[in-house]
Design a protein around this ligand. Structure first.
Ligand code: ITT
Ligand code: MG
Length: 170
């Protein structure tokens, strides 16, 4: 069973691998594919669309059995700007399942910069004075003192996707 992953970001790829390796004869095929949305999605809707687009694009590109897309974004709420992350799993010749990840508010000084048009990735590097935050603990890791990393959050989303797939396909 070929499981295509619509990203080469290690935080995403290893989360999917760790969860889906329970599938019999799982072979993983990661590839960078377009999300079809802005580099920095600004709502749940746009972030879900990015995840779904990635899952469909990589399924086709790799002629896989399952395509998985994971997308990070932010969303404005009455309580401030929150991180939001979504995943999608598309089955060859079948449907698409979606699942959302944990969400926490971003400090206002970060939110202001995103509203001004900057991307979270570079803003986090600047804020944390660390490189490649998005491939490591992520913003969620920084703002939870490392208790919940970006990889852990994507692992949870991957479990929610696989769980739905198993529920509907067995
Ligand atoms: O290579 P891809 O798969 O695109 O991985 P990415 O890290 O760019 O992740 P997304 O495109 O899904 O995320 C959208 C934007 O939000 C940023 N981002 C999202 N979550 C983040 C996090 O936890 N830490 C740092 N940057 C994050 C990311 O750098 C992008 O600018
Ligand atoms: Mg990206």
């Amino acid at each position: 069973m070929i499981i295509a992953i619509g990203s080469i970001n290690p935080a995403k790829v290893s989360a999917v691998r760790n969860v889906f390796e329970m599938m019999e004869k799982a072979e993983f095929a990661p590839a960078a594919v377009p999300s079809g949305v802005n580099e920095q999605p600004f709502s749940d809707e746009e972030t879900i669309t990015g995840a779904v687009n990635r899952s469909k694009a990589v399924l086709k590109l790799k002629n896989a059995d399952i395509g998985i897309g994971l997308e990070g974004g932010v969303t404005e709420t009455p309580h401030g700007m929150f991180l939001c992350n979504w995943g999608a799993l598309t089955v060859k010749g079948g449907g698409t399942y979606v699942a959302g990840g944990a969400r926490i508010p971003l400090p206002e000084e970060i939110a202001v910069r995103l509203r001004g048009g900057e991307e979270l990735g570079p803003v986090m590097e600047d804020f944390a004075q660390k490189e490649n935050v998005r491939e490591k603990e992520g913003a969620v890791g920084i703002f939870t003192n490392g208790l919940v990393t970006r990889g852990e959050m994507f692992t949870h989303i991957a479990k929610l996707l696989l769980g739905q797939y198993l529920y509907h396909n067995n």
